[in-house]
Write a protein that binds this ligand. Structure first.
Ligand code: NAD
Length: 137
């Protein structure tokens, strides 16, 4: 569950654990993610620090997931952000950050995973929660 430390991602994680899934919460918010794992129970959930814009971060997160739970069988691309500001204050860096997280961060979701799990991951469910691509100004 990317962006699972709070909000909708945390709600999805709670529901999945209630249905007996093992859930990995990947987020940049370490404290919130760890608190959620405490709430869900360490046998049901794992927190990994994940920045969805970083390939290195993805590789480490998937490796840790496989170490603890084995192959990844589903992915929810929930992480996303909206940058709210007056249009005259919007910088190119702000705009690029939104594109990086909301667009590049989900590309290409089925490829996420180790070499050994990539074929399986291609057949696995990958869900995307409906994020706007553009910042709201
Ligand atoms: N809440 C809504 O009404 C609504 C409506 C449409 C779409 N969405 C989308 O649903 C998703 C969740 O929304 P929410 O309201 O729970 O938002 P939220 O801001 O509460 O949660 C988003 C989570 O994504 C994480 N995140 C941000 N950048 C990240 C990165 N680079 N790497 C990893 N994690 C990162 C944040 O830390 C946060 O935990 C978002 O993609 C949002 O755009 C929400």
């Amino acid at each position: 569950m990317t962006g699972g430390a709070r909000g909708l991602g945390a709600a999805h994680a709670r529901r999945l654990v209630a249905e007996d899934a093992k859930v990995v919460i990947g987020d940049v918010l370490v404290k919130e993610g760890q608190a959620l794992v405490e709430e869900l129970g360490a046998r049901n959930a794992l927190f990994v620090e994940l920045d969805v814009t970083s390939e290195v971060s993805w590789t480490a997160a998937v490796a840790r997931t496989e170490e603890v739970y084995g192959k990844v069988t589903g992915l929810v691309n929930n992480a996303g952000l909206v940058h709210r500001c007056p249009i005259e204050e919007l910088t190119e860096a702000d705009y690029r950050r939104v594109i990086d997280v909301n667009e590049i961060g989900v590309f290409p979701a089925p490829r996420r995973g180790s070499a050994t799990s990539s074929r399986r991951a291609r057949r696995s469910p990958a869900a995307r929660t409906g994020t706007r691509t553009s910042p709201v100004c």
